[in-house]
Design a protein. Sequence first.
Length: 479
Amino acid sequence: ARAQIGVTGLAVMGRNLARNFARHGYTTAVHNRSFAKTQSLIADHGSDGDFIPSESMADFVASLERPRKVVVMVKAGAATDAVIAELVPLLEQGDIIIDAGNAHFPDTRRREAELKEKGLHYVGTGVSGGEEGALNGPSIMPGGAPESYETLGPILEDISAKVDGVPCCTYVGPDGAGHFVKMVHNGIEYADMQLIAEAYDLLKQGLGASAQEIGEIFAEWNKGDLESFLIEITADVLQHVDAETGKAFVDVILDRAEQKGTGRWTVQNALDLGVPITGIAEATFARALSGSVPQRTAAVGVLPADAGTWEITDRDAFVEDVRRALYSSKVVAYSQGFDQIAAASQEFGWNIDRGAMARIWRGGCIIRARFLNRITEAYERDENLPLLLADPYFTQTVGEGVSSWRRVVSQAALNGVPTPAFSSSLAYYDGVRAERLPAALIQAQRDFFGAHTYQRVDKPGVFHTEWSGDRSESAEGDA
Ligand code: NDP
């Protein structure tokens, strides 16, 4: 037994993670259900480092140093359960299973609890960065028991992305915390992508600009506050020309966005926790709308627009308005996502350090961005910050762009351009900063039809009005 780490599941992600371990000097045991993938890894990339290939799971496990560290990189769901069932009888006390697939965090909680009873560590680990990240340095979000991080952490930090020499990997929290944070990362990714798409649409419709021209605008934006992987690839995609037709590539793509489910999980969990993540939710629903073919077919050319037409006199000012609206809406989406992390951390006793999460998202992952430094700094200033938007840096930078945001959202509405994420983010901003919300009326209605009671602004207690009787008010607890 001499492998320091093992990987089972050698499809694109597992193969690249295994190569990453080997390239960092770790003797890496490799295994896959069908041996052909193991063989091709060795044939194609054996020279990357020191691999120990095994055909059987038993040989694979036997090739690992103790405590064994087995990375499972198979399809999430039943496949993961099947691999665990095969592994468990072969492992011993203190061994560590690292589930690096995209598991749903309740599954991770269940598996962790089951394996803990058997004396095994189960480390549900978020891995972001796709194929490329897995090979060259992903962002890694490991959960599970803190003890497991003592031996595992240094290896994962070693193979993770680095920003300013700091690894994009840290211990997240107990049981499902790692997979939870990865889920919210993906939800935020949905919001980021939708906001970029709305900005593109506004520039296209407002300015009548070509994809090439809009690509140049995004490339310019990528030099400022918005600098990020997603803005960078957007500039690239928009400037790409379709080889077959010679048209802008984006113009020959069918306008239906698909999803694999992590955005949906994020929204479902936010509903459970009662956290308003409107940016992520609108982004998820916008994908659903794009794929609602029968509804869109029934509506196109049928629903009247009665919309105005764009009359932009100052092109640069409009571009700047859209940039600021994008930035502000993005801050809202992150603020909401970090609220969700705080709420889940509270609910499940995870004690997640939000500043550290922003730090490990700075590199390797899909939402990597310069602006995450600002989020880390905000939580360093106040680790209990109740609202990211209320951090002085964000209050100022978003505040400077509020009038731009309002102009963009109102022009979009007047001219019939859908901006669900821009508009709902602005509505959230106005809602959360409102001194008084119309929720008072909702409480009154609830008391009227359901005797659900209400509280008053002028005295403590819980009250009910006899709406169908003499309309007298009684305090709860009164005889
Ligand atoms: P896939 O999700 O396509 O899974 C294929 C792998 O799972 C193969 O190794 C396959 O083995 C194995 N497998 C499937 N069913 C079983 C089973 N019942 N028993 C044993 N092994 C099984 O591979 P990816 O590399 O794309 O992704 C791996 C994991 O990483 C997934 O959970 C995914 O969600 C996650 N992930 C993927 C990212 C990406 O960009 N693709 C990014 C981040 C995470 P065999 O070869 O024998 O069929």
